[in-house]
Design a binder for this molecule. Structure first.
Ligand SMILES: [Zn+2]
Length: 213
């Protein structure tokens, strides 16, 4: 189920009160329209009805994609351990009730962009671990070809069935992912990944540890 609440938000520009919907929990299957707004980046946007000022709202969220059997918790880094403990508890309670959680994936992210990225990856039926490994390969290439880019974050995106990474750096750039690359990575690392213990934080650091491991 989803949990949304309407709260009053004071516009930082004109001090007008605006009614905003916050989703502490968003179920992608039950609220597909809200899921679409998460995917297109508008869910956290605030636009003042009085003066048109825009800002981003920031609050913790649990995203649940039942169809792809995944839960993603968005929280600040200092709450990550608490969220992991809650995931363990969800897993324990379900197993105790005879509901197998074996193939359920639990993820923790600490930025809105990462939440949006995870939601998209799982919505497309992809494996975020393969995506992060692919991202690492591509970023190594980008770093070599554009040494002055000073790469920051990079996020997976999709447009009309084509995959690419949006790279946040000195200059922002997008790099398309060759059409068969995801599949090749899956072939290369699938068996090794299947034997891995599940981890909650799947990001570039994780990919680096995995490939060096
Ligand atoms: Zn305003």
């Amino acid at each position: 189920m989803s949990m949304e609440q309407t709260v009053s938000v004071t516009c930082p520009a004109c001090q007008a009160e605006n009614a905003c919907t916050l989703w502490s929990s968003l179920n992608a299957d039950l609220d597909p329209a809200a899921k679409e707004r998460l995917l297109d980046g508008s869910l956290f946007e605030f636009t003042c009805e009085a003066c048109g000022h825009t800002a981003l709202l920031n609050y913790e969220m649990l995203y649940h994609d039942m169809r792809h059997r995944v839960m993603v918790s968005y929280c600040p880094p200092e709450r990550a351990e608490q969220r992991m403990a809650e995931f363990e508890e969800i897993r324990r309670q379900n197993e105790a009730a005879g509901v197998s959680m074996q193939d359920y994936r639990f993820r923790i992210v600490t930025s809105q962009n990462a939440l949006r990225e995870k939601a998209l990856i799982f919505d497309l039926g992809l494996d975020d671990r393969i995506v992060e490994i692919t991202k690492l390969y591509i970023l190594v290439q980008v770093d070599r070809d554009h040494p002055d880019c000073d790469i920051g974050d990079a996020f997976f995106m999709e447009h009309e069935g084509r995959y690419f990474f949006y790279i946040d750096g000195e200059e922002n750039l997008t790099t398309s992912i060759p059409p068969n690359m995801y599949h090749m990575m899956e072939q290369e690392y699938g068996a090794q990944l299947a034997a891995q213990e599940e981890e909650y934080q799947i990001d570039l650091d994780w990919a680096g540890r995995f490939l060096l491991g």
